[in-house]
Design a protein around this ligand. Structure first.
Ligand code: UD1
Length: 425
């Protein structure tokens, strides 16, 4: 398993370009299953989860061409298999995004039920309840979800009230509803920019989706969808991770090819604690924290659905709070077990107490390099950030977690002055 070796205490300086959003590219790739024509996606990040989904699409019978590293041409003309097997779903929960498109276009789908994962139980009951409301029969058989459309063929439009804000649940149902007969209304839909991006692609394919990006999405079903070309939005979590990388190393970065309006909760929090973040133009942020981290002040956050502070930035923010003056509380309301990074950060010298869903951090504490273990995608990012701030050498094991969602993170960090290398095994 690969490791990162980081020698910390070097301020980052220079510019970094943000890749496409993994969480947008995944549903967009799954949406290609809704048509027999070619869907061309640009700005797809080169990360492990994308390779996993590509493998799934190919297993199903789709052809995926990559004329360029970040362009995928997906043609789901001859689909022979309608199932996502356990070995794929267990490595990537987002495989469940195949369910909606397969069910809508072919009237049948079988997807292994994702089990627990490192950050909690993460059920998909709301996806399944939504499919049932659209007229599908959904059974659980030997750990698999087996779904089929009503006898007369198409799914039927319906009013779906989601009991909880679910991002992939909203996406799955939105995709399924594009080919349903009649009108579907999704209430309490997720408002994340990735949902809106998927809706933009679906509309280019000929779907009639309105209101994506708001809590109520209306979909007028159509009979078929066709070819489309779409560029995936920039990754707001990678953007946020680099903003914090500059802040935690007392550096200065120009973060290019991002969408500042997708990171407003994080940017205002960073400004509140004393990090200077400026919007140079519509796709560039300038961040600096040169006055010394000890001038950063501790500030609480509560993770909530978009547009509030994202759970996917919580671990990175915790690393930063170890360097801010005072006590901060981070409350995680989305996932029940998302503080595994706290124990690893403590190994570097951080003072963090976890009590249920709230972690309390006392800062600033000098961090000192140690051997660490990455436990999930965003937790690994927080360990890298802490390693950049720590004195001496930090070795992070199991970085395959970070490779799931960050494109060439070590190369990007090295280019702006970090001392980080990958030991391959
Ligand atoms: C997506 C993101 C992930 C992010 C998360 C929350 C992708 C591929 N992943 O994950 O990076 O951390 O949103 O912003 O886009 N829930 C249920 N029943 C369901 C579905 C969800 O109870 O059927 C609960 C979950 O357990 C969790 C909450 O709803 O507590 C939000 O989960 P959800 O938005 O579905 O997360 P994902 O879509 O899996």
């Amino acid at each position: 398993m690969d490791k990162f070796r980081i020698v910390g205490e070097r301020p980052l300086n220079g510019q970094v370009s943000i890749s496409g959003a993994k969480n947008s590219a995944l549903p967009c790739m799954a949406a290609a299953l809704l048509t027999s024509e070619t869907v061309t996606l640009h700005n797809v990040p080169y990360v492990r989860d994308i390779i996993t989904l590509r493998r799934l699409l190919e297993d199903l019978g789709a052809t995926v061409l990559t004329p360029e590293l970040h362009t995928h041409k997906i043609r789901a003309h001859h689909i022979e298999l309608f199932e996502a097997p356990y070995d794929l779903v267990k490595t990537m929960r987002a495989s469940v995004l195949a369910l909606g498109p397969l069910l809508a276009r072919f009237g049948q789908a079988k997807v292994s039920l994702p089990g627990g994962c490192a950050i909690g139980t993460r059920p998909i009951d709301l996806h399944l309840e939504g499919f049932r409301l659209l007229g599908a029969s959904v059974e659980l058989e030997a750990g698999d979800v087996v779904a089929s459309a009503p006898a007369r063929g198409r799914l039927q439009g319906a009013d779906v009230h989601l009991g909880n804000v679910t991002v992939t649940g909203t996406e799955n149902l939105m995709m399924a509803a594009t080919l349903a007969e009649g009108r579907t209304k999704i209430h309490n839909a997720a408002c994340e920019p990735e949902v809106k991006d998927l809706a933009d692609l679906l509309n280019k394919m000929g779907a009639r989706v309105h209101g994506a990006g708001t809590p109520t999405i209306e979909i007028e079903g159509v009979e078929t969808l066709g070819a489309a070309e779409h560029s995936v939005i920039p990754d707001r979590i990678e953007t946020g991770t680099f903003l914090i990388a500059a802040a935690i190393t007392q550096g200065e970065l120009k973060v290019k090819d991002c969408r500042p309006e997708h990171s407003t909760a994080l940017i205002s929090k960073l400004r509140e604690i004393g990090v200077q973040v400026e919007e140079a133009d519509r796709s560039t942020l300038l961040v600096h924290s040169k006055d010394g981290n000890h001038s950063l002040s501790a500030c609480d956050v509560v993770t909530e659905p978009y547009p509030q502070f994202p759970t996917d930035m919580q671990a990175q923010y915790m690393a930063l709070m170890t360097q801010a003056r005072g006590r901060s509380a981070i409350t995680e309301t989305i996932f029940e077990n998302r503080f595994m990074h706290a124990a690893e950060l403590r190994r570097l010298g951080a003072r963090i107490d976890v009590n249920g869903r709230t972690a309390t951090i006392e800062g600033p504490t000098p961090l000192k390099g140690a051997r660490l273990q990455a436990s999930d995608l965003r937790a690994s990012a927080s360990l890298v950030l802490a390693g950049l701030a720590a004195r001496g050498e930090t070795v992070i094991d199991r970085v395959y977690h970070i490779d799931r969602g960050y494109e060439k993170i070590e190369a990007k960090l090295r280019a702006v002055g970090a001392d980080i290398t990958r030991d391959r095994e």
